[in-house]
Design a protein around this ligand. Sequence first.
Ligand SMILES: Nc1nc2c(c(=O)[nH]1)N[C@H]1C(S)=C(S)[C@@H](COP(=O)(O)OP(=O)(O)OC[C@H]3O[C@@H](n4cnc5c(=O)[nH]c(N)nc54)[C@H](O)[C@@H]3O)O[C@H]1N2
Ligand SMILES: Nc1nc2c(c(=O)[nH]1)N[C@H]1C(S)=C(S)[C@@H](COP(=O)(O)OP(=O)(O)OC[C@H]3O[C@@H](n4cnc5c(=O)[nH]c(N)nc54)[C@H](O)[C@@H]3O)O[C@H]1N2
Ligand SMILES: [Mo]
Length: 643
Amino acid sequence: MRKRDRTKQNYTRLTHPLVRDGKGGPLRRASWDEALDRAGEGFRRAREDHGPDAFAMLSCARATNEMNYVAQKFTRVVMGTNNVDSCNRTCHAPSVAGLSAVFGSGGGTSSYEEVEHTDLIVMWGSNARFAHPIFFQHVLRGIRGGARMYAVDPRRTSTAEWAESWLGLNVGTDIPLAHAVGREIIHAGLVNHAFVERATSGFEEYAALVEPWTLTAAQKVTGVPAAAIRDLAHAYARAERAQLCWTLGITEHHNGTDNVRALINLSLLTGHVGRFGSGVQPLRGQNNVQGGGDMGAIPNRLPGFQDILDPGHRAKFETAWDAVIQPRYGMTLTEMFEAMEAGELRAVYCIGENPAQSEADSEQAMRRLAALDHLVVQDIFLTRTAEMADVVLPATAAWAETDGTTTNSERRVQRVRAAVTPPGEAREDIDILCDVAGRLGHDWKFDGAEAVWNELRALSPDHFGMTYDRLEEHQGLQWPCPDLERLPSSFLHARLWERDEAARGRRAPFGLVEHDPPVDLTDEEFPIRLTTGRRLDSYNTGVQSGSFASPLRRGEYVELCPEDAERYGVVVGEQVRVVSRRGSVTAPVWVDTGLRPGLAFMTMHFPDEVDTNALTIEANCPIAGTAEFKASAIRIEKQRVGS
Ligand SMILES: Nc1nc2c(c(=O)[nH]1)N[C@H]1C(S)=C(S)[C@@H](COP(=O)(O)OP(=O)(O)OC[C@H]3O[C@@H](n4cnc5c(=O)[nH]c(N)nc54)[C@H](O)[C@@H]3O)O[C@H]1N2
Ligand SMILES: Nc1nc2c(c(=O)[nH]1)N[C@H]1C(S)=C(S)[C@@H](COP(=O)(O)OP(=O)(O)OC[C@H]3O[C@@H](n4cnc5c(=O)[nH]c(N)nc54)[C@H](O)[C@@H]3O)O[C@H]1N2
Ligand SMILES: [Mo]
């Protein structure tokens, strides 16, 4: 038998529409007309039989702003519901929730270039060397220019290799660590009292809350030596300017939003926010996950991050769209899957997402998707989710095949352009959406992406000043950009430093959050903590990266530290069974000296080979809906010889 290439997942580009005649049958080729008729008919039936909330849209965080704008408009105007969301939910929703609660705006506060003009960079739960290589180039320039870097991660990652100090904490103990840093700053007299008094609220309560987290108490829980915690506290508080960056090591927990609040507290204590070179920065995941949310492809915000519960905002959009917008939040991605289980959600339009493989507890997710009356998948590849669909619509790739804009995590809107001819009959996401809207009685025509953008600009004050001409002229602009003359500020919340109270505006509250360990506890039966994440050579569920060979790629492994490999009597390359309370997979062993005893690591990149998400737990952050991908309990079983 020919050995399968473990480094590849062979996905082929979709070149023509597919439909299924009845559940259980195979997908077959169809004309665009037939596929669009079927897509629309299923949505109409769901709405007529079960009401507008029986429909949900998953919108693509890789596609353009313009496509996301049209997708949320389709959901709200054509289907009459606010049930629209994306993989932002599995990712940085806690960052958006935490930042909004403190500063009133869900965006990162700084520009990439600021890490080149700062004195201290803290990479907290972020492996930017692998996952944000472009940003990391700026970090390296900062380090070359004299900035110090600290890394806080259970694994000594490729990012940590560049750090002056690596704080290798136990998974899920970020709040104790942050609180101990905060307490040390207070006790060492390093608080920026002028800033705290003027711009924040709740300091006294915060100081009382962190008081029990002495360096030794935190060392016990986090596993980080007291001296290293003290050192981080002093370095951060004494730095003239400091950038605190975090990613999924902070957010993908059942208390992700609390984790984010615990980190933001440190910036409030020290005044490291609202000035050039000082800020808090969640590095966002996909190329346009920031933009998707900004465009309103989330269940609680209209385009331009305008709250759906505000009657004034609703009225503006209702007039512009000639529609009635439901005065309540729609379902998050997490709630959509729960509603599938309850039989309340019947039809889903999934554009450029692969939830069958990316959701925690994938067996459960697939069972729920399979129970839908009507699933339409619009993608560039035939994904596992597409294989389950009733209708599959082939789209052009936003990257290089489509015109529009995307927004990165420094809030910079940039133009993308069609430069490559799309394959076969693939069509642009926006055109497909308009044709499905047409099947449901809405005659939509946009004269190109710019026409969509101008409709958005007229409705979103933060984007008003960004014409395509200006985006071109300045090679991208950052929001908020409210007027056509001035250039926007590169960082947010300078207002917090204003002397005048009125100009300073709303105070930034300290977050009174408490330690809450991972839900999936380790015990005798499941003694190993599994955390999951990324490698440089692959992208998410592997659909986009797996089809191309890479000399770096080595397929899925369960990675252990040398001591654990010895304890379980396993060697590199040996196939073992990895078992959690949800399911089990078989994977080969890898030994990584960056891991610590009791900690294992797997990626999500090769789900066809090893379905890592069969192991993960669907324990969600109650505020943001993000699952605890970063903490499962597992055991390793040696395979019997000959089996
Ligand atoms: N090459 C590549 N780049 C990518 C992607 C990709 O798949 N491949 N995906 C993109 C997407 S969608 C995203 S969201 C980003 C994600 O980017 P990152 O968040 O940087 O990537 P991860 O590897 O998922 O997780 C980051 C780190 O969190 C650590 N961690 C785990 N548990 C904890 C904990 O309890 N506390 C702390 N402090 N740290 C912990 C892990 O050890 C890991 O090193 O990357 C984006 N960029
Ligand atoms: N175990 C574990 N699971 C995780 C995570 C983890 O750290 N550990 N991380 C979570 C995170 S942060 C994320 S973001 C999710 C990602 O989860 P998903 O978003 O479900 O996974 P992707 O592989 O990124 O899927 C992207 C899809 O978009 C399609 N696509 C790309 N460009 C376009 C376009 O222009 N138009 C259309 N129509 N389609 C397009 C691709 O073909 C692909 O099918 O996974 C989550 N799951
Ligand atoms: Mo992500």
